[in-house]
Write a new protein. Sequence first.
Length: 197
Amino acid sequence: MAIQLPDLPYAKDALAPVISSNTLEFHYGKHHRAYVDNANKLIAGTDLANESLEAIIRKVTGDASKMGIFNNAAQVWNHSFYWQCMKPNGGGAPTGAIADKIKAAWGNFEKFAEEFINAGITQFGSGWAWLVSANGQIKITKTSNADTPIVHGLIPLLTVDVWEHAYYLDYQNRRPDYLTAFMEKLINWDFVNANLG
Ligand code: MN
């Protein structure tokens, strides 16, 4: 099979109580796994079967007849990236190169945090909020459903999943509380710095 479900970078209870083990049992163990299984079924026996995940996503984007492959493959990529954006006892103000870039772009971390959280709050329905890099500039963006910055010429640095399945068991309808907790307690800034390249 071309597409793999990567291991979580921490135990399922490692992010509790910010994100419970129950949420990760479903979100990683059921939702992410289903995207992997569905994508593999859809590419089986086709010329995409031996391509890398990123190559598959880039080849089918914009092709209405391959929307199912795009949706499942892009969701595999987005979730694999999202898990790495978090760690136990993470969050708060960044360090390293990303701290300087955020200060240059927004003036201070608090303003960045406010705008990133607001991007997540205002993504109507399902989707993702992102910090991305383009031509050396960093900016906040958001995508709907499975859409991913890698097909828009952008380099993802950080993401947060705002599909209801990401937070409903722990926060019900309180998406802003989930986003605030993500910012204050979960972000793995070492991963974000590594993505700056
Ligand atoms: Mn999700």
